[in-house]
Ligand binder design. Structure first.
Ligand SMILES: CC(=O)N[C@H]1[C@@H](OP(=O)(O)OP(=O)(O)OC[C@H]2O[C@@H](n3ccc(=O)[nH]c3=O)[C@H](O)[C@@H]2O)O[C@H](CO)[C@@H](O)[C@@H]1O[C@H](C)C(=O)N[C@@H](C)C(=O)N[C@H](CCC(=O)O)C(=O)O
Ligand SMILES: Nc1ncnc2c1ncn2[C@@H]1O[C@H](COP(=O)(O)OP(=O)(O)OP(=O)(O)O)[C@@H](O)[C@H]1O
Length: 524
């Protein structure tokens, strides 16, 4: 089955022959059957799920298996040829089944980067005709890309936005399966965005994508770094490796200019060593890079009008602008400041970028106000699912809460177990009323996850006062809202925009925003 992202292709017909391909990449590719030179292909895919009829299937040695094992599926889905390495060619020969021409890679170690490069060549280097921005960092990528999208729009750009929540070109949007799409998908969407009149494209760039060369072939005008916190060590092994993978985005072949948030030491290290020109941005006096940053946030007023924040951003040579961030909390001051500088370095006037930021109404599942009227408590849905993010989220809503702060939360199954009691402790310390429930239990027993969270809660509140345990999550959201009054805030954390809840291998349709709205209408 072809994924929705695989369908995001330009309407214009792109076609090249295998002969053109191997001539262009004569140092890297060999066509085994010379009679196949005239065969035309109309796209590329690195996985069968993204493949359309007429594509070349690029079959990698993956982390788990070899793509060549899916050659028969690829041919059945309409692939006209396969690019693979020696091991893949041997597999195809030994296992048989697929009867389409094979192009062999001379060098296996650069195969993923080559896939991006070939896709860029195939679509005539689409990032050359459009302003492109890439954002990396542990937290804040999604939020910052929405801010950047708004700031670029403030400069009259027609925009495209790719990331964890959606793949959006103009007014068309589909849910995103990934933070960063595969390289041929990225090139196809960039070509499609250009074709539809987009003048700027912003994408989130995950550390997985950088390690696996999913942005190879792109050329970013501006790249940005938000922060680095402990995460994904199962994949990267150490923080130094994780940092090194993030830093790959700041390479001369991939990006022209960088904008780095230096509120943490990792940002300072990145800016000090980046081989491309960078601007540094700091949002917090006292943070590691504040004194030396080229751009500094001053006069920040957090919780302004019980909604967002306003601040002054002062840059090189004394240029400055006032920015109103409609999202609450200091982290969104930092995200908005970064976005303004990115837009500025993309050619947008500072004041226009700041005006763009003000137009943001909501970012799906990121501090999103889903119920906001005088008759009910304020209900916010947020994606915080790590201890750091939970702390920041609760600290962000406290100043905009006149009454009590109610949190509905859980913790993921089949993921870091150590964070469960820590998140319980944080919620018990920073919120008034706790509704402990399920997130995505996956293969684990949901009751055991809740009990690990409650153990942490108990360290702060031994009598478990104002703490309830409710499952399923839909009922927990209703309970949280029932326990609150107008003037209180109910924050539902952990699942953000997610449209499903994963329980015992099954993805059940579920969304926190729907649950909250249903609870409020049942109550009205
Ligand atoms: C850990 C990781 O990132 N793995 C990626 C990696 O998989 P792999 O090397 O294990 O692939 P494999 O399963 O051995 O398969 C080998 C090859 O066969 C192909 N294949 C496999 C099965 C099939 O039915 N058909 C098929 O064509 C695969 O596309 C692949 O090219 O290469 C594959 C193809 O390039 C990716 O699809 C796959 O991402 C998987 C799906 C994934 O879930 N990745 C997550 C962890 C990820 O990338 N997450 C980040 C966000 C992280 C965050 O910040 O939270 C993201 O950018 O979304
Ligand atoms: N600059 C920031 N620093 C720390 N935490 C942040 C920052 N911005 C947002 N957050 C918190 O982290 C959560 C995730 O934010 P967001 O989705 O923007 O980040 P992300 O990098 O895209 O995350 P993920 O990779 O998990 O999708 C938010 O819900 C918020 O609570």
């Amino acid at each position: 089955m072809t994924s929705d992202q695989g369908r995001l292709r330009p309407a214009a017909k792109y076609a090249r022959s295998l002969g053109e391909l191997v001539d262009h990449y004569a140092d890297s590719l060999v066509l085994l059957d010379l009679t196949a030179r005239e065969i035309q292909f109309t796209g590329l895919a690195v996985g069968t799920s993204d493949l359309l009829p007429g594509d070349v299937f690029i079959a990698f040695q993956g982390l788990k298996t070899h793509g060549a094992r899916f050659a028969v599926d690829a041919q059945r889905a309409g692939a006209v040829a396969i690019i693979t390495d020696d091991a893949g060619a041997t597999l195809l020969r030994d296992e048989g089944g697929a009867s389409i021409p094979v192009v062999v890679l001379r060098e296996t170690s650069t195969q993923r980067a080559l896939a991006g490069d070939i896709a860029a060549w195939f679509y005539n280097y689409p990032s050359r005709g459009i302003t492109t921005v890439g954002v990396t960092g542990t937290n804040g990528k999604t939020t910052t890309t929405y801010f950047i999208d708004a700031a670029l729009s403030g400069g009259d750009h027609t925009t495209a936005l790719l990331g964890t929540v959606e793949l959006r070109v103009g007014q068309d949007s589909i849910p995103s399966p990934r933070t960063t799409v595969e390289a041929p998908v990225l090139q196809a969407i960039t070509a499609m965005a250009s074709e539809r009149g987009a003048t700027a494209l912003t994408t989130e760039v995950s550390s997985h994508a950088l390690a696996l060369d999913r942005v190879a072939g792109a050329k970013f005008d501006v790249v940005a770094f938000t922060n680095l916190q402990r995460d994904h060590l199962d994949f990267h092994g150490t923080m130094d490796n994780y940092f090194a993978d993030k830093a790959r985005l700041f390479a001369p072949g991939l990006a022209r200019h960088g904008v780095v948030c230096v509120d943490d030491e990792w940002g300072v290290r990145l800016a000090d060593n980046a081989p491309i020109p960078v601007d540094t941005v700091a949002s917090r006096p006292g943070s590691p890079g504040y004194e030396t940053a080229q751009w500094r946030v001053t006069q920040a007023t957090i919780g302004l009008d019980n909604v967002g924040s306003s601040f002054r951003l002062v840059g090189p040579g004394g240029i400055e602008v006032t920015v109103h961030s409609p999202l609450p909390g200091l982290v969104n001051v930092s995200n908005a400041a970064l976005a303004v500088v990115v837009a500025y370095r993309s050619g947008v006037e500072l004041a226009a970028a700041a005006r763009g930021i003000e137009t943001i109404t909501a970012i799906p599942g990121r501090m999103e106000r889903v119920v906001d009227d005088a008759d009910h408590p304020l209900v916010i849905v947020d994606y915080a699912h790590t201890p750091d993010a939970l702390t920041l989220a609760l600290e962000a809503v406290r100043p905009i809460t006149a009454g009590r702060l109610v949190i509905v939360f859980g913790s993921d199954g089949d993921r870091d177990q150590g964070k469960r009691p820590i998140m319980g402790e944080i919620a018990a310390r920073l919120a008034d009323v706790l509704v402990v429930t399920d997130e995505n239990p996956r293969s684990e027993d949901p009751a055991e996850i809740r009990s690990a969270i409650l153990a942490g809660v108990g360290r702060v509140r031994p009598d478990l006062s104002d703490v309830v345990e409710v499952s399923p999550r839909w009922d927990a959201v209703a309970r949280g809202i029932e326990l609150a009054q107008p003037g209180d805030t109910v924050i539902i954390t952990g699942k953000g925009h997610e449209p499903t809840q994963e329980i015992a291998g099954v993805f059940h349709p579920y969304n926190d925003r729907d649950a909250a709205r249903a609870a409020v209408s049942a109550d009205s």
